[in-house]
Structure formats: structure tokens, C-alpha cells
Design a protein around this ligand. Structure first.
Ligand code: G1P
Ligand code: ZN
Length: 544
């Protein structure tokens, strides 16, 4: 092993977004690009001497090459132990679990989540801290600063490490362990849920489900847990082999991208339960027979029923939801007499609340749900929570959902995404909205009057940090709310997200199509922001 110092120059734009640094693969493939960012991570968390680092990714194109580079650099930077997922695989929640279980210093996860993979698609790199959670803002800001001043990075000359067989390797003084990426995570799930009860559900053969791994990272996890440990029939998990390009698909578990799964839950021979997860395994979509569960409702329903689940039988201490997520969870929190925190978009904002023991469950409208068992959202965890709930209640999913609405009322919710729009016009639109905040109250749009409007900012009750400009909120006199924000995870142009939600508690109006129930609010949203004029689009690209 020969340590080497490589002279380099900063690349502009190495600023981590909502979830790490995400760029096109070709950008990462430029000489020194990846190395600069990895060194910037090490510089901002260092000194690294004697520490343990976890490394893994979602298996997308460039995953393996990146892992070899990181292993050499980690050795040169003094880490004494590297835990690397076999084949370079670790789902985001499994990485969080492994960091916590082995008390690592932190971990590097390679993923661009639900963005497509392949030579001309997306790649990403994110750092998780010792608590297993995404690096908080002050850490990512420091990484960016480091990347803008970097002059050298450190590596070693050594052969590629065999990532495919389990066991121990060594580079100089650095011990490298290739670990089973599934087992620690599967054990954790078994400790939280009533596996015998869920196995009972499958045993009768009457309950039929499908899990769509979308050729992304959760295939091996879902097979081990659902088919091997819980006895679901072979073939329950489809698209189970992680592929570098996700089979050409878009590994985002929603009704648009998991169309085939959605169709299997409809009609005469419909399955009882369906679920899908995204590229790196932290998102989930859950479906019942003829029933789609909005993630905002899912969080609220899990919270309302947590006491029925072994891992949460003592009750939950608090809930948190990202600001654009509907207020369904707030109603459950109020009835349980616990706090519901409203945080900016992005899982990193839940970390402090979880660490401080202020919340047990948290979630985002973007198909993210999780708890204090790890510090990431967790796709399979949510699926198992639902299966456990179904096993306890012995009711169809649709009934569990409608019972919930009957008790708490329903928060209709939809998100409209305008993808790849002109970045300047999108920013101008948000700026215009920001400037008009004071004048909006009292004005009418599509027959609705604005009650109040603001630009969301968050004061973290634990470390007292402030996050400003987190989304424009407009509240209307019918109880409806519209939120406008630009995505922090896209890699091309800008993505405008428009979130609409409105509460309904009249028993005869709980079963509408959300697009219909929210039609007037959607119209008002367009008028307030001038979406059509600014984006030049007549309709959103994706509706969830
Ligand atoms: C999106 C979601 C957000 C989620 C993030 C990472 O971020 O909206 O809730 O935490 O992906 O999965 P955005 O692109 O909106 O910044
Ligand atoms: Zn993800």
C-alpha cells in the first residue's frame, strides 16, 4: 500500500441538496469530481483516524466503481475499519441500521434514490452521521465549503477489493469487512413486528400480496423477510434483482411509475395487498384491494394504531411530518394528546427530534414513513407495519382506511409536479410569490379567499438552528392549503412542486376522488402563482 496525495481544484456546485449530492453520472465521472467530494466529506467530519465507516449503495450504475474509490480514500484518510455491503449493496435504511448497530462513525450511501439509473442517468452520494441519519444542514454546509476550497485529496495505490464474497480484507492498517447487507436489517424488523401473526396471514393462502422491488435495492431484503422469514409464497416479490439501470424503469413507488402493480390491485382477481419501494429502499407505496393509501394518511393511520404493534405497544411520544404533508397526522396527535411537529421537507430535519426522544413516528407526503428504529425513512418497515396491522385487525385495507376517515375526517391531498421546467422562470415565480405574501390575504382566487400566506421557516427545538425559505404556504377560507416549492433533488432544470390539501368531515363526502375534491383549490393554486404562464405547461407531469 502506497499513500498518495493528489493535487486538485474545486468544482463549482458540489452543494448537497435535500438528500446528498446528486448529479448526472457523467458529471461524477469527470476526473477528481467524486474524489473531491469524498475528501470534502472526510475533511468536514475528520479526523477520521481509528474510526469505522459504513459503505454501500443502491446498486445503480457507477456504484461499484465509486465504492472502490471510497475504500482507497478511506484507508488513506485513516479509517481503521470499513463495513461494506456485499456486492456494494446497502439500502438507505439498512445503512442507517448498520451504522447504529456497530456504532460506526458514519456511513457513505451511494444513491440518487428514486431517480433513474444508468450511464446517462443520475448518481448520488450522501453522508450519514453516527446516529445513522442524514448529515444535518450544518454538516452539509461545511462539506460544500470544503469542496469549494479543496486543493488535494488522499488515496492509496492498491488492487480493487473483492466486494462479492463475505469476509475480511485489509489495506495497510485498514480492516475491510464485506458484510451481509440484509441480515442486520431483517433482524431489526423481526424485533419490531409480530412475525408469527404476519406469517399466519400468509399461511392460510387466502391473503395474497405482491411487493414490487422495481429492480432496485429492496429485492434481496423483501425476499428474505417476506418470502423466507414470513412464508409468503415464492414470487410474492417481483422485479427482485437489483439492476444497474433498474431495468430501464423509474424506481419511484407511485401510481404512475408502479403502474403494473397498481393494476394487480384492481378488478375481479385483485390482490389483497400491494407495495413497492424505491431505488434505495427508503420510500414505500402501499395499496389495498381497489384502494390507494396516500402517504399522508398512511402516517396518520400507523400513528393511530401504533399500540397494536409490538415495537410500539408502549405508545408513541410524538409525531413529525414535513410541512407539505397533509395535516391528517396532526389530528391523530391531538387525540392522543401528543405533539405533532411540522418540519421542512427532507428527512434530515427529523433527526434531532428522534434523537431527543420527542417523536416516535414521522413521515413525508413523498412516500416516506419511518420511526425511531433507524434514522432514515424506511420502505419495508412501513410495509411490515401495515401487514402487522392487517393481521391484528383482520380487516381489508380499504376498511381500515375508511374507518380512520370516519373517526378523524379526511384530509384530501394531492401533489402536482412540473418537471424539468426552466430554472429561471421557476425561481422568478417563487420570488414573485414571496414578494406578494403581504398582499395575498383577502384576495380571491377561483372563488376562494386567502386567509393567510407565508414563507415557511423552521426553528429546530433541539439545536435551535433556523431553516428559512422552505416553501410558500397559502391558506384559504375553505380550510384548504396550497404549498409551492422547488425540488432540491432534481438534476435537470427545476421541478416545481405544488401541494394541495383540504379537510372534509362530512360522512357523505369522504369517498371522493382527490382530484375532484380538490379541483377548486387546484384552480386557485394556478391563479395565485400563474403556473401555466411561468412554466409554459398546461398540466403537471406527475400527479401523486
Ligand atoms: C424529495 C421529496 C422529499 C424527500 C426527498 C428525498 O425532495 O419531496 O420529501 O425527503 O425527495 O427522498 P425534493 O425533490 O422535493 O426536494
Ligand atoms: Zn429513496
Amino acid at each position: 500500500m502506497k499513500p498518495i496525495t493528489v493535487i486538485t481544484k474545486p468544482f463549482p456546485g458540489q452543494k448537497p441538496g435535500t438528500s446528498g449530492l446528486r448529479k448526472k453520472v457523467v458529471e461524477f465521472q469527470q476526473p477528481h469530481y467524486l474524489e473531491n467530494f469524498v475528501q470534502s466529506i472526510f475533511n468536514s467530519i475528520g479526523p477520521c483516524d481509528g474510526h469505522t465507516l459504513v459503505i454501500g449503495g443502491d446498486g445503480r450504475f457507477y456504484n461499484r466503481e465509486t465504492i472502490q474509490i471510497i475504500i482507497r480514500m478511506a484507508a488513506a484518510n485513516g479509517f481503521s475499519r470499513l463495513l461494506v455491503g456485499q456486492g456494494g449493496i446497502l439500502s438507505t435504511p439498512a445503512a442507517s441500521c448498520v451504522i447504529r448497530k456497530y456504532q460506526a462513525f458514519g456511513g457513505i450511501v451511494l444513491s440518487a434514490s428514486h431517480n433513474p439509473g444508468g450511464p446517462s442517468e443520475d448518481f448520488g452520494i450522501k453522508y450519514n452521521a453516527a446516529n445513522g441519519g442524514p448529515a444535518p444542514e450544518k454538516m452539509t454546509n461545511e462539506m460544500y465549503q470544503q469542496s469549494q476550497n479543496i486543493q488535494e485529496y488522499f488515496s492509496v495505490e492498491s488492487e480493487d477489493i473483492d466486494l462479492d464474497s463475505l469476509g475480511k480484507r485489509q489495506i495497510g492498517d485498514t480492516k475491510i469487512e464485506i458484510i451481509d447487507p440484509v441480515i442486520d436489517y431483517a433482524d431489526l424488523m423481526e424485533s419490531k413486528f409480530d412475525f408469527p401473526a404476519i406469517a399466519g396471514l400468509f399461511a392460510g393462502g387466502k391473503f395474497r400480496m405482491c411487493f414490487d422491488a422495481m429492480h432496485a435495492v429492496t429485492g434481496p431484503y423483501a425476499r428474505e423477510i417476506l418470502e423466507n422469514r414470513l412464508g409468503a409464497s415464492k414470487g410474492t416479490v417481483v422485479n427482485a434483482i437489483p439492476l444497474t439501470d433498474f431495468g430501464g424503469g423509474h424506481p419511484d413507488p407511485n401510481q404512475v411509475h408502479a403502474k403494473e402493480l397498481v393494476s394487480r390491485l384492481k378488478g375481479q382477481n385483485a390482490l389483497d395487498f400491494g407495495a413497492a419501494s424505491d431505488g434505495d429502499g427508503d420510500r414505500n407505496m402501499v395499496l389495498g384491494k381497489d384502494c390507494y393509501i396516500n402517504p399522508c394518511d398512511s402516517l396518520a393511520i400507523l400513528a393511530a394504531n401504533a399500540k397494536l404493534i409490538p415495537g410500539y405497544s408502549g405508545g408513541i411520544v410524538g409525531i413529525a411530518r414535513s410541512m407539505p404533508t397533509s395535516r391528517a397526522a396532526d389530528r391523530v396527535a391531538a387525540s392522543l394528546g401528543i405533539e405533532c411537529y411540522e418540519t421542512p421537507t427532507g428527512w434530515k430535519f427529523f433527526g434531532n427530534l428522534l434523537d431527543a426522544g420527542k417523536i416516535t413516528l414521522c413521515g413525508e407526503e413523498s412516500f416516506g414513513t419511518g420511526s425511531d428504529h433507524v434514522r432514515e425513512k424506511d420502505g419495508l418497515w412501513a410495509v411490515l407495519f401495515w401487514l402487522n396491522l392487517i393481521a391484528v385487525k383482520q380487516l381489508p385495507v380499504a376498511t381500515i382506511v375508511s374507518d380512520h376517515w370516519a373517526q378523524y375526517g379526511r384530509d384530501y391531498f394531492t401533489r402536482h409536479d412540473y418537471e424539468g421546467v426552466n430554472s429561471d422562470s421557476a425561481h422568478q415565480m417563487i420570488d414573485r410569490l414571496r414578494q406578494s405574501l403581504d398582499e395575498l390575504p383577502g384576495q380571491e382566487f377561483a372563488g376562494l379567499r386567502v386567509d393567510s400566506a407565508d414563507d415557511f421557516s423552521y426553528h429546530d427545538p433541539v439545536d435551535h438552528s433556523e431553516a428559512t425559505k422552505q416553501g410558500i404556504r397559502v391558506y384559504f377560507n375553505n380550510g384548504g392549503r396550497v404549498v409551492f416549492r422547488l425540488s432540491g433533488t432534481g438534476t435537470e432544470g427545476a421541478t416545481l412542486r405544488v401541494y394541495c390539501d383540504c379537510y372534509e368531515d362530512s360522512p357523505t363526502r369522504l369517498a371522493q376522488d382527490p382530484q375532484e375534491a380538490l379541483a377548486v383549490l387546484i384552480k386557485a393554486a394556478d391563479q395565485v402563482a400563474g403556473i401555466k404562464q411561468s412554466t409554459g405547461r398546461m398540466a403537471p407531469d406527475v400527479i401523486t
